[in-house]
Every structure is written in structure tokens, then in C-alpha cells.
Write a protein of this length. Structure first.
Length: 316
């Protein structure tokens, strides 16, 4: 036995044996959380900061990003003809402009291809990019205590130029063009560079306005622009302004989805990974993984990890 242990140790130390102790990501499974019948209403969870990033290193195991997971759920639902409606449960302050737009497009394409009804249900927060995704719904329901709005774009960058000067560090950039390093944390923005970034932000903002005007039939582009100064709205204010259809609870949103799809009865289902416990409509699905301490600690990585980012994000 000692000899066997010795030989095993030698192989391990020599790198001849590689042991992967990470838990693999397994395919989604279906779980009925309430209701009966042959038809199904998919409850799709969209919680946390909307991004394509995976923070797997923080947990030491592979993870599926929020965008990839939603895409996977939509694909699974598209292959099930008994899925007649979708309720998108949203609790998100938003995220990157691109990730928000991807989720909006995936949901609207699924709705068009499968001819299903989608109801967006905003819980605590459905602001900025979270509201952008909600616009894919045929109806938008906000919980009585929801916060929504924050329609707009923000770019956050950090300048450490003054700090580096104090400690005697002078970074040098060798670049092909004068603007190649604009937005770098190692130097401040010039007025011209600030104007370039502002033009990009204005165009992304206008796209947000166009999507709202397209999906919210009672709002003209000019009316949306008046609402889109970045402020947040309560659920009641959002309904009065035409940003949401109803102020109600999650079970009301499910009942509305059943009504919109003209279903007498239906199972409410959720997709989950093995070992993830799902017992009712308020069970949280795994989205983009969070670092220890909660979702706010993932913001520095989102905001600064890849340089300046254009965000549909409520970030007070």
C-alpha cells in the first residue's frame, strides 16, 4: 500500500495525472412549479447585472453567463410546442448596452418565430437595460414596489493620472493614432475625445428611445425623450406615463400570460440545472455568477475590466 501511494504521488508531482475537481455545467431540466394541464408557461428568470461575462474564477467552477443561459432556455422552449407563453421575471439594474440588446432581440425573435405571448414582470428593479429587455414583452407588469426607468446610457472610466504623478510613475503608450488610447485611465480626456464619446452615447441613447417608441405604442419618440433623462420611476408613475401596463404581483403576471395566450389551464415551468432547488414561482435561477459579497462587487469588473464600457445601467 505504501508503495502504491508513493508511485501515485510521483505521477501526480510529475504532472502525468490531471484531476479536474470542478463541477461540470449540466444541461437544463424542466421543473413544474405550479399548475396543471398540457400547455406550459415558461417562467424565465433575469436577475442581476446584464452582461456576457462569466465570473467562474471566483467560484472555482465553470459557469454560464446570463446571456448564454437565457439563450439556452429560449432554445429549449422553442423545441417544446407545448410552451405557449413566457413570463420574464426581471430584477436587474441593467448592464452593458450590447448584452441588453442581445436579450431583447432573442426574446422578440422567439416570440415572432413561435407565436407565443411574453409578459415581462418587473420585481424590485427593472431599470435601464433591465427595462430595455422588458420591452420584448407584449405586456409589462411592475410589482407595486418596483423601481423602473433610468432610461439612458452611461460610460464610466477612471483616471489615475494624478496618482501616478504623485508616486513618480509615467506610463507611456506607443500608438498608431492620436486617439488610439482615448479613455485610458492613465491620462485624462481631451475636449475632443469627450465629444467623440458623447456622440457614441447619444446614438446608443437614441436607439433606446427608438425601441421604447416601437414597443410602447402610446408613446411617440418625442414623448419618450422627455421621459428619458435618466430618472427612475415608481411602478405607479411608470403606469401613468405609459412605460408599463399594469401594477400587480408575479402571480397576476402569470394569470395575464395565461389570458393573453388564451389558455384554460397551464403548467408553470422553470428550467434549472441538476441540484438547483426550484419549488415555486419565486425560486431564483442561477444567472451570471456573483462574487462573494453579492452582485454589487461584480460591478468593478463589469465597469473597468475591459476599459470604458457603454452601459444601459442604473448606477447611482
Amino acid at each position: 500500500m505504501r508503495r502504491l501511494l508513493f508511485v501515485s504521488a510521483v505521477f501526480l508531482l510529475a504532472g502525468c495525472i490531471s484531476v479536474d475537481l470542478t463541477r461540470p455545467v449540466r444541461p437544463l431540466r424542466e421543473k413544474t412549479v405550479e399548475g396543471t394541464g398540457l400547455d406550459k408557461i415558461l417562467l424565465l428568470d433575469l436577475s442581476g447585472v446584464i452582461a456576457e461575462e462569466e465570473f467562474s474564477a471566483l467560484r472555482g467552477r465553470p459557469e454560464v453567463s446570463l446571456v448564454a443561459r437565457v439563450k439556452e432556455e429560449i432554445k429549449k422552449a422553442s423545441e417544446d410546442n407545448t410552451v405557449k407563453a413566457v413570463v420574464v421575471r426581471i430584477n436587474s439594474p441593467g448592464g452593458t448596452a450590447t448584452a441588453s440588446d442581445i436579450l431583447y432581440r432573442e426574446l422578440t425573435a422567439f416570440k415572432a418565430n413561435r407565436k407565443v405571448k411574453i409578459v415581462s414582470a418587473i420585481m424590485d428593479v427593472g431599470a435601464s437595460g433591465g427595462y430595455y429587455v422588458a420591452l420584448a414583452g407584449d405586456k409589462i407588469v411592475a410589482h407595486p414596489t418596483s423601481v423602473t426607468g433610468s432610461i439612458g446610457v452611461i460610460m464610466v472610466t477612471v483616471s489615475v493620472e494624478g496618482l501616478l504623478q504623485k508616486i513618480g510613475v509615467a506610463p507611456t503608450a506607443i500608438k498608431s493614432g492620436e486617439r488610439k488610447d482615448m479613455g485610458s485611465p492613465f491620462r485624462g480626456l481631451t475636449d475632443e475625445e469627450r465629444g467623440i464619446f458623447q456622440r457614441v452615447i447619444d446614438r446608443l441613447h437614441e436607439r433606446f428611445v427608438e425601441v421604447i417608441a416601437k414597443e410602447r405604442k402610446g408613446l411617440s419618440p418625442d414623448a419618450v425623450r422627455r421621459l428619458a433623462d435618466g430618472r427612475i420611476y415608481t411602478a405607479a408613475e411608470a403606469k401613468q406615463l405609459g412605460l408599463v401596463d399594469e401594477v400587480a404581483y408575479l402571480d397576476d403576471a402569470i394569470a395575464l400570460a395565461r389570458k393573453e395566450a388564451k389558455l384554460e389551464a397551464a403548467q408553470v415551468i422553470m428550467y434549472h440545472r441538476p441540484r438547483e432547488y426550484r419549488s415555486n414561482i419565486y425560486s431564483t435561477l442561477a444567472s451570471a455568477p456573483e462574487p462573494p459579497g453579492g452582485p454589487l462587487l461584480s460591478l468593478p469588473s463589469l465597469l473597468l475590466g475591459a476599459g470604458p464600457r457603454f452601459l444601459y445601467l442604473w448606477w447611482p
